[in-house]
Design a protein around this ligand. Structure first.
Ligand code: FAD
Ligand code: DLZ
Ligand code: SF4
Length: 512
């Protein structure tokens, strides 16, 4: 009995059961670069180059390990363009008795794969993805019966379950969370270590040519490609981060600096999400560095919470709330994305910098995604559908299971508050506090109204005013509505007028 094992572009992990249990003498692993996956949203050029190169290197590593691998390149004559068509073709040519896949990271693909047995006429097994530290069922069991779902409580259970940074039943240091120490802006004189880069080999060079030829109309720059594309190099990124950046990770986690896209972040989401690294090894590396006295607790805990907490939480959340999560639209927003989301041509320096860096690197760090681009998207009432598609295509670490909860739940509040306890909105003063963007801006952050006023200021109060019925009963918004209640009517009116003018400019796609 010969089985065809399909391995997707984000399943590049040899310990996945579907791969580890393959019978090397009989089974074949199929990997395919297909048009449908690369274009159903027009992924960033660098994301496609990264993933295709990582896939080709992984196929080579499997061959070196004596697996039979059938790798279908994008321009091969027998490329059928989508995953099912490719599997169908291979099954018809080679007479496999069964097909195995691993649970995909997208609802769309899972629903399709659940029909494959009918389409192929042979058994199709969907194996578990054992790379996570929790399962979707565990999340649902945890969520059921709770009035409110909050990541912090899920995270504490994960800490206990996996015995991470624990002293018996208690968290090390006596607190679960050290976020209050993790909100510093960065002095201009701070010397940030250079981010880890790799030379381009022949495989990556071929793939870059392919991307230039086939995906030239996709968003983003392809030059200065520097990503790791093998497990060995991804491990170098992780180890260098632990040594050079993790000590300062906590302190400067929320800071933004013009011209410095990488800062003290780890840059490992690319590799965790496609399988070149596992979350467990990243968590253990940070925990060991803390025990060895190399990093402070606020940094180790802060980093571990992102992976053991947020990453696991959003995955459980995704599967629990799909398919509604994708279509929910709590504030009924529908404005089209302004064109500067594609070319960074705006006078708002914070948006210009964050979008430009996204264009260059297929990367922006969390606070840029959340408090600049995300904040702007909610305040300007952009269509959730369009914002979701944008975030899914522009970042090289984006797959729907992780992108959608962050976009729909965290930045747009389009799920009505299942993920976030309140909308993440802020005026320009937050951006000014956490970055140096405002110094080089066409607008003035200190001004609340008028043509030179920072748009985030009046858009913020416009949002607070417009959604008072939906939000003023939220106790986490109480302080804001108290301040709003004390504001002079004429000031609110002036901000609403400026916001209306700004929004109408966006609708007409005029320069802002
Ligand atoms: P670091 O800042 O070094 O953090 C360490 C790791 O923690 C990350 O690699 C990631 O695996 C995990 N992590 C941190 N925050 C989150 C989070 N909110 N959700 C899930 N994992 C988290 N992350 C993605 O991996 N893919 C996405 O498509 C994605 N889209 C996002 C969209 C929005 C609107 C927002 C606000 C956040 C999004 N994130 C996404 C989360 C976070 O911004 C990225 O994980 C992070 O910026 C990746 O860079 P890094 O590896 O340097 O992370
Ligand atoms: C993102 C992506 C891209 C760009 N291309 C491919 C591909 O050609 N072949 C493939 O198997 N996977 C690709 N992927 C990853 C899939 O889209 C991903 O597996 C699903 O979105 C589920 O997470
Ligand atoms: Fe952004 Fe406003 Fe600061 Fe300009 S002034 S960079 S628009 S926050």
């Amino acid at each position: 009995m010969a089985t065809l094992i399909l391995v997707l572009g984000d399943q590049l992990t040899e310990t996945l059961p579907a791969i580890a249990e393959a019978v090397k003498s009989k089974d074949t692993i199929l990997m395919a670069e297909v048009r449908e996956e690369a274009t159903y949203v027009k992924h960033h050029k660098k994301k496609i180059a990264f993933l295709f190169s990582a896939m080709r290197h992984f196929a080579q590593a499997l061959r070196d390990d004596n697996f039979n691998v059938n790798y279908v390149k994008y321009t091969d004559d027998n490329n059928k363009g989508d995953l099912l068509a490719q599997v169908k073709h291979e099954v018809s040519v080679h007479n496999y008795d069964a097909v195995k896949v691993t649970m995909p990271g997208e609802y769309r693909l899972l629903k399709s794969m659940e029909q494959w047995e009918n389409a192929l006429g042979i058994p199709v097994t969907i194996c578990d993805d054992n790379r996570f530290l929790s399962t979707p069922k565990e999340f649902t069991d945890w969520a059921e019966g709770r009035k409110q779902l909050r990541m912090e409580f899920f995270y504490r259970e994960m800490r206990r379950k996996h015995n991470i940074l624990m002293e018996g039943k208690n968290p090390i240091g006596g607190k679960w969370n050290y976020d209050s120490q993790n909100r510093e802006s960065m002095p201009e004189t701070q010397k940030v270590p250079k981010h880890t880069t790799f030379d381009i080999d022949d495989i990556t060079s071929d793939v870059i040519e392919l991307v230039k030829n086939e995906f030239n109309d996709h968003f983003g720059d392809i030059d200065s490609f520097h990503f790791a594309v093998t497990r060995k190099d991804a491990l170098t990124v992780l180890n260098t981060f632990i040594e050079e950046r993790l000590p300062n990770f906590g302190q400067y986690q929320d800071a933004m600096v013009e011209g410095k896209p990488w800062l003290y972040h780890s840059h490992i989401a690319f590799y965790l999400n496609c399988g070149l690294l596992t979350p467990k090894e990243a968590i253990q590396a940070a925990e060991q560095a803390y025990y060895a006295g190399q990093v402070p607790l606020n940094s180790a805990e802060g980093f571990i919470r992102q992976i053991l907490g947020w990453r696991e939480y959003v995955r459980g959340f995704y599967w629990h709330f799909m398919p509604n999560l994708k279509t929910d639209n709590y504030f009924n927003n529908s404005r089209a994305l302004p064109s500067f989301f594609w070319d960074a041509q705006t006078n708002m320096n914070c948006m210009r910098q964050c979008i430009k860096e996204t264009q260059q690197n297929a990367y922006a760090h969390h606070i840029q995604r959340l408090m600049v681009i995300g904040n702007f998207s909610l305040l300007t009432e952009l269509s959730p559908e369009e914002v979701q598609a944008w975030y899914l295509l522009v970042y090289a670490d984006a797959y729907e299971w992780v992108e959608l909860p962050n976009v729909a739940g965290m930045i747009l509040y389009s799920d009505g508050g299942n993920l976030a306890s309140k909308p993440y909105v802020a005026s320009g003063s937050y951006i000014n506090k956490m970055s140096n963007y405002c110094k080089n801006c066409g607008y003035q952050v200190s001004k609340k109204t008028g043509p030179k006023a920072c748009p985030f200021n009046y858009l913020y109060w416009h949002f607070i005013d417009k959604h008072k019925e939906k939000l003023s009963n939220n106790h986490r918004m109480a302080m804001i509505y108290k301040t709003y209640g004390r504001m002079k009517e004429e000031n609110i009116e002036a901000m609403k007028q400026d916001a209306t003018l700004f929004l109408s400019k966006l609708t007409k796609n005029e320069e802002v």
